[in-house]
Design a protein around this ligand. Structure first.
Ligand code: PBG
Length: 325
């Protein structure tokens, strides 16, 4: 018998063969595009640390949503930049604030996109924390009522899913109850269930003007050293009524995505966050990486780890590349 006996390379000879045996697929429909909506009209300001991503007024953001739909992308997640901030973040649940108006606009335009809203207070509070601050600490239970108000205002505007990203204990249950009591039992909850206290949110905080003005978020976001704790967080969110659970960030936490995928039967999302996008963009700008190859490899890896869909700033570019491949 000639050596070697086993030849795995036989399945790599042509693209047609590779396609037949490929284990993981990546499609535009499994991507969600994050957008930042600001007050005013005709506004489109590029975010310096997120090249190609903009703070946009509702009119411009709606135009981009039409393109996003054309590209076959599954949905959008909306973040708001309010006209003013206060201690409690009251613009977060205002019916006439940018996110609420944007949701209404997308609904009126009848776009075939899943409309997801981020539910948090950090963009809306003067101190930049994700909840109400009492004696220098974020008060969990006082924050729950406000988050439930925010989620309700998004549901009233027409959101398909609300996505709490604050990491308060019990917020999924509080939101579920509020939605159900007001006739929004059909609105889903995408829980940022395992959200780590990560350095990779820094460009987002520039984009959303949401950096904490004192201290940090270690008192509520998860310790990057912990994986078992992620399973506990996910279990609690599912028990409280989460329809989809999310791991965030994605690339430093592929092991957590896999563990969650294996342990639970609900859909799993992963957030390929701002700092992960910025790293790729910076290397590409230096000529050190080929952007298309790098991005499609990274997104495929997140899917292979077990994510059903991915929130990514690369959604539009990736969708175009996937269609031309
Ligand atoms: C709000 C929120 C953050 C992100 C999503 N929702 C920032 C944070 O927790 O400070 C980060 C997303 C990204 O970096 O792309 N709490």
């Amino acid at each position: 018998m000639s050596y070697p006996q086993h030849r795995p390379r036989r399945l790599r000879r042509t693209e047609a063969i590779r396609s037949l045996v490929r284990e993981t697929t990546l499609t535009p429909a499994s991507l969600v595009y994050p957008m930042f909506v600001c007050p005013g009209t005709g506004i489109q300001n590029e975010i310096p640390s997120l090249p190609g991503i903009y703070q946009q007024s509702v009119d411009r953001a709606l135009e981009e949503c039409r393109a996003v739909e054309q590209e076959g992308i599954g949905g959008v997640i909306l973040f708001g930049i309010p006209e003013s901030k206060d201690e409690r973040g009251s613009r977060a649940w205002a019916a006439d604030a940018p996110v609420q108006r944007m949701v209404e606009a997308v609904r009126r335009a009848n776009l075939r996109l899943v409309v997801i809203t981020d539910v948090c207070l950090c963009e809306y509070t003067t101190h930049g924390h994700c909840g109400v601050v009492v004696n220098g600490e974020v008060d969990n239970d006082a924050t729950l009522e406000l988050l439930a108000e925010v989620a309700l205002s998004h549901a009233r505007a027409g959101a398909d899913w609300v996505a709490p990203s604050d990491m308060m204990d019990g917020r999924v249950g509080a939101i579920r109850q509020q939605l159900d009591e007001h006739g929004f039992s059909h609105v889903g909850i995408l829980a940022y269930a395992a959200k780590y206290c990560s350095a990779f949110y820094q460009p987002f905080r520039e984009a959303a003007d949401s950096a904490p003005q004192f201290g940090d978020r270690r008192g509520y976001q998860m310790d990057p050293a912990n994986a078992r704790e992620a399973l506990r967080e996910v279990a609690l969110d599912i028990e409280e009524g989460a329809d989809v659970v999310m791991v965030k960030p994605a690339l430093p936490y592929l092991d957590v995505i896999r563990a969650v995928r294996d342990a639970f039967a609900v859909p799993v999302a992963a957030y390929n966050v701002s700092g992960e996008y910025a790293m790729v963009k910076a290397a590409v700008a230096q000529g050190w990486l080929d952007e298309q190859r790098a991005v499609l490899e990274l997104l495929t890896a997140i899917r292979r780890a077990g994510a059903d869909f991915i929130l990514t700033y690369h959604a539009r570019q990736a969708a175009r590349w996937l269609r031309s491949c």
